[in-house]
Design a protein around this ligand. Structure first.
Ligand code: SF4
Length: 482
């Protein structure tokens, strides 16, 4: 890999630490230098951890799965700190961690109180009127407006001395039962995390349906309340927010500790010989990439979102093309088989979005696809091999193969049957006919976003095939191609 793009820091004010420049992040020599700086900085912070990293890189196969997980989890916060300093975004990373930590009372209260008091299904809850009266009384006791967070914080305080606060906790328990089990409570708190408990799963009824009469015939339809109006190609499901994603990360039981992270390695039968199958005969092989999901959930729950992304990128560097709305093989093999699985794709997508929305977040993610110190086998691209490879077909398999081969030091040319809209050369660094030009670092990811409606229209006008191509993944293809 050669230095093809001149430094372009001035125009975009990207001032990297350690005397590095933007183009260093996109060439073999620069990444090699970056890796040396990282290991030196790790050695100063924790010499023995650095020794373990060096030994693991020298012989990755000698590390069993548990020891590898432990090592990556210990390293991830160091990687996060290093990248924060490299891009000068450490304050933003602290703020992100603080936002995550501020949500912790919700997850503690849910685990230690709501799940315990509301675990019995079919109990008689208080009436809606009584629930309102309990809210009024609790609001007075809180001394602040009623909210899930206020409930969680105060209940956690009261639990510290439950005898003194017995009356308050009894009121809170009545309310939690109502919010979890009554129809009005479930509707009111459907969008929250505190009173939303995992429900049993019936594989034969994964999608709730209602029977209705249409022109004298019986028909099945989804519940009216959950219908979403679709306009053009725009997404109707924006995914969950940080509180929803971290709720799932806390719901995970981090099975890698027991070597039973079936979401990643697959759900095996008792003899550990065969993968189990779902009620529909689908093999529960887990994530095809064996993404380190349990470790990622643990780091995310701990507030290390960039560290979690780095762990995910070890096996799945192009995770912008997976996650929410794309795949769920991992969920099918989650250890929770009788109740809702951990929504891993939501966690993965939210972590990526949080990092992308940091200043220089796109460059941070982009860097992790090329240099990732948590990748013990190939932390940075290999030296140019001299091989040129043509890839036909740029679906997920094609572009993932392209990335893997590029990391292996090969030059890639890829073609696809459908028209792919070229990116502006100043952000892709490539002209339509392949000449390399200067490109600029992306500070704000929003400059790359497009409405999914617009590319479809443009492609209809320009496409030789008249097929509006790649619309759902258009943005992701753009991100990845950078
Ligand atoms: S996602 Fe499910 S299987 Fe995977 S570690 Fe968490 S609980 Fe275990």
């Amino acid at each position: 890999m050669s230095k093809i793009n001149p430094d372009h820091n001035d125009a975009n004010k990207l001032a990297l630490k350690y005397a590095l420049v933007f183009t260093d992040l996109y060439c073999y020599e620069g990444l090699l230098q970056l890796d040396r700086i990282f290991t030196d900085s790790l050695a100063s912070a924790d010499a023995s951890l650095c020794q373990r990293l060096i030994a693991a890189r020298a012989n990755p196969a000698a590390l069993d799965k548990n020891r590898e997980s432990e090592l990556l989890i210990e390293l991830a916060p160091h990687v996060e700190t290093f990248i924060g300093e490299l891009f000068g975004i450490d304050e933003h990373l602290y703020a992100l961690s603080a936002r995550a930590a501020a949500l912790n009372p919700l997850y503690s209260c849910k685990k230690k109180f709501v799940q315990r008091v509301a675990k019995k299904v079919g109990v008689q809850t208080i009436s809606d009127e009584a629930a309102q009266s309990v809210v009024d009384r609790l609001t007075t006791m809180f001394g602040e407006p009623f909210s899930e967070m206020a409930f969680a914080r105060h209940v956690m305080d009261w639990l510290a001395d439950s005898q003194v606060h017995a009356e308050m906790l009894a009121l809170a328990a009545d309310f939690a039962e109502w919010a979890v089990h009554s129809q009005s409570g479930r509707q009111q708190y459907a969008g929250g995390v505190l009173f939303h408990l995992p429900v049993p799963v019936d594989p034969m009824q994964l999608v709730p349906l209602e029977r209705v009469q249409v022109s004298g015939a019986e028909a099945l339809q989804g519940p009216r309340a959950s219908l979403r109006h679709r306009e053009g190609f725009k997404l109707t499901d924006g995914g969950c927010d940080l509180s929803g994603a971290l709720e799932q990360a806390h719901y995970c039981v981090w099975c890698h500790h027991q070597g039973r992270d079936s979401c990643s390695i697959g759900l095996k039968d008792k003899e550990q010989a065969q993968f189990k199958q779902t009620g529909f005969g689908v093999q529960q092989a887990g994530c095809p990439l064996e993404e380190k999901i349990s470790e990622l959930n643990l780091l995310a729950a701990d507030g290390h979102l960039l560290g979690a992304l780095a762990v995910a990128c070890v096996n799945n560097p192009l995770l912008a093309a997976t996650g929410h709305r794309i795949c769920n093989d991992c969920m099918k093999a989650c250890i929770y088989q009788k109740q809702q699985a951990v929504n891993i794709p939501e966690v993965e997508s939210r972590i990526l979005k949080e990092v992308l929305h940091l200043p220089w977040g796109f460059e941070v993610y982009s860097l992790l696809t090329r240099w990732n110190p948590l990748n013990l086998v190939r932390p940075l691209p290999q030296q140019p091999s001299g091989y040129k490879v043509l890839i036909a077909g740029l679906g997920p398999a094609g572009f993932t193969l392209a990335h893997q081969l590029m990391q292996g030091g090969h030059s890639i040319i890829a073609v696809d049957g459908l028209k792919i809209e070229p990116l502006a050369p100043e952000i892709s660094g490539v002209m339509a006919k392949g000449q390399r030009v200067q490109f600029r670092p992306i500070r704000d990811i929003n400059v790359l976003y497009e409405s999914l409606d617009e590319p479809a229209i443009a492609e209809k006008k320009n496409s030789r095939t008249q097929i509006p191509s790649l619309s759902p993944n258009h943005l992701k293809c753009k991100l990845i191609s950078l």
